[in-house]
Design a protein. Structure first.
Length: 254
């Protein structure tokens, strides 16, 4: 610290004037500061950074409340309404708080209108392009290093729909994404995987199916579940879109 800085702090009262009476080169540092590295000195100071999610629309608030209250939730709505993001955020929240032991994310491996042909590599390499949106949502809530660590220990599992048959998912938070690309039979298989102490959220947009309209089973399953009191069907609308405002305008005319 320079002599000028020491004199400035002397004027401001940060140092005791008596410490400058001798000519010693060792001077004590100020002990009365507004902040101290000791935890008990900072009870009124927020030192942690917590990235919490907040609903940006009435529909999103309804979805969050439904996930907290029901074990099976179907979230239907147009692109950009935050269906997948909110579901994965609540899954991470449940895992971090210890309410569930693992997260299971599933998505149908269906191309968006064009065939990408044969993909080289192992099974994970072949499926990576289809599951990339799930990785993106996870990495926004957790660091990629932590995501890889949780996947290595089995706390997070990402699998295509075709690998879910025959399983029972206990103590898990299950997210079925892009469910509009699942047939009625596939959805029936997925929904019956729900086990004890588990929550399942099914997300999709019936108006953006990459299957033929008569093959997609999301709309018909949601319609039947409307009458089941223990299942929540949340329908998001254009007003719930939180992407660029042009997205809502485009969907209104397309």
């Amino acid at each position: 610290m320079t002599k000028r800085a020491l004199k400035r702090q002397l004027r401001e009262g940060a140092f005791d004037a008596t410490q400058f009476e001798d000519e010693g080169k060792i001077r004590r540092l100020p002990v009365e500061r507004a902040w101290s590295p000791l935890a008990h000195h900072n009870d009124d100071r927020e030192q942690g950074y917590l990235k919490t999610i907040k609903a940006k629309s009435v529909g999103q608030q309804a979805l969050i409340e439904a996930i907290d209250a029901k074990n099976l939730v179907m979230a239907l709505g147009p692109a950009g309404t935050g269906k997948t993001y909110l579901a994965i955020a609540k899954a991470v929240e449940a895992l971090e708080s210890g309410r569930v032991g693992r997260i299971v994310l599933s998505r149908p491996a269906v191309e968006a209108g064009e065939s990408i042909g044969f993909l080289p590599g192992e099974m994970e390499d072949k499926l990576a392009p289809y599951l990339r949106p799930l990785y993106d949502a996870l990495s926004d809530r957790l660091s990629m290093k932590r995501v890889r660590a949780l996947m290595a220990e089995g706390a997070i599992e990402i699998a295509p729909v075709g690998f879910m048959r025959g399983r029972t998912l206990n103590n898990a938070f299950v997210v079925i994404d892009e469910a509009q690309n699942c047939t009625y039979t596939q959805l029936k298989m997925l929904l019956t995987r729900l086990g004890w102490h588990s929550t399942m959220v099914v997300t999709g947009d019936p108006n953006q199916s990459d299957l033929l309209p008569e093959l997609s089973g999301l709309a018909s399953v949601a319609e039947k579940f409307e009458a089941v009191s223990n299942i929540a069907v949340v329908r998001l609308a254009d007003r719930d879109i939180v992407r660029h405002p042009l997205v809502a305008e485009m969907l209104g005319v397309l």
